[in-house]
Design a protein around this ligand. Structure first.
Ligand SMILES: [Cu+2]
Length: 304
């Protein structure tokens, strides 16, 4: 009986050790951590880099405060404990101490506020842009307009309903892919105008460092200079209704040459769809001929 109890104890110890070793090897292996980042990512735009550096500055200030405060705390706990016979001080209210612990946080806050204000000022400067894009939020898709080129299109979720209903295998970009990407040039200052058609949405692409509310009846503004070509994904970040989770954003950043090529094909597509049929085929088409006159008349009337 005793023998079995002992062997059970030894085995249990062995199993626990094996389990700990297995866990440790799992957590320490590169495979587990390969796709794991704890910190904020620096992103790919001038704004996102500034936000990242501000975040790191504040982070290190917090680390320094933590080290100082916990050092004093731990030192006091050990060196001033009752068991070694330490006698507590009996003073009450100390003006010097109160002034010091007011001034130190004040200095820390000012040292944080200066870089934060500089970043905010940088983000707010939308002047001298090269490209203008208007973004309109809809329940539940985005509309992108290039007012300088008369281009506009909708960007809808591409994930099939079968995947959403668990009837099909979910692909790599499940709920994060759209039919029409927002194509943007790199190294150009792009100014965004944001609005919405129905309820409040929020256009959020973390890699670009942009998160702006799109509000019906209001125009919000932002800008970006993208560093490198690539596909950058985001999503609506304002609870906007039952399909809020189904309106992702995909930005396709291209080199200037590729962007211009894309613009040309889009402009050509627009012209094709805008051209009326060359030869009127039926007598009905003849009656339609008079329509342009009536519309110009309407326009003239409206101008009056
Ligand atoms: Cu939305």
């Amino acid at each position: 009986m005793q023998f079995t109890k002992l062997s059970f104890k030894i085995n249990l110890k062995k199993y626990i050790l094996c389990f700990i070793a297995l866990l440790a090897s799992n957590f320490l292996s590169n495979l587990v951590w390969a796709d794991y980042t704890l910190n904020m990512t620096p992103g790919v735009s001038k704004i996102s880099h500034k936000i990242y550096h501000l975040h790191m500055t504040i982070f290190w200030i917090c680390v320094a405060i933590g080290i100082v405060v916990f050092s004093i705390l731990i030192y006091s706990l050990i060196m001033h404990r009752k068991s070694i016979g330490h006698k507590p001080a009996d003073f009450h209210e100390n003006t010097a101490v109160e002034i010091i612990w007011t001034i130190i946080p004040f200095v820390i806050l000012i040292s944080m506020a200066i870089p934060a204000t500089n970043v905010l000022k940088f983000i707010d400067d939308k002047s001298n842009s090269d490209v203008l894009i208007k973004i309109t939020g809809y329940q539940w898709r985005w509309q992108y307009e290039y007012p300088e080129h008369d281009i506009n299109f909708f960007s809808n979720l591409l994930t099939p309903q079968e995947q959403i209903d668990n009837k099909d295998i979910k692909d790599e970009h499940y709920l994060r892919d759209v039919d029409n990407y927002l194509v943007l040039p790199v190294d150009k200052k792009i100014r965004f105008l944001f609005t919405a058609n129905d309820v409040i949405h929020s256009w959020w692409v973390p890699a670009l460092g942009i998160k702006k509310d799109t509000i019906p009846g209001f125009i919000n503004e932002s800008w970006v200079i993208i560093d490198k070509p690539g596909i950058y994904r985001g999503q609506c970040a304002e609870l906007c209704g039952s399909r809020h989770g189904y309106m992702p954003i995909v930005v396709d950043a291209r080199s200037d040459a590729d962007y211009k090529k894309w613009l040309e094909t889009k402009i050509a597509e627009n012209k094709k769809t805008a051209t009326p049929p060359a030869v009127p085929a039926t007598p009905k088409a003849e009656t339609k001929k008079s329509e342009p006159n009536s519309t110009t008349q309407n326009k003239n009337n409206s101008k009056k």
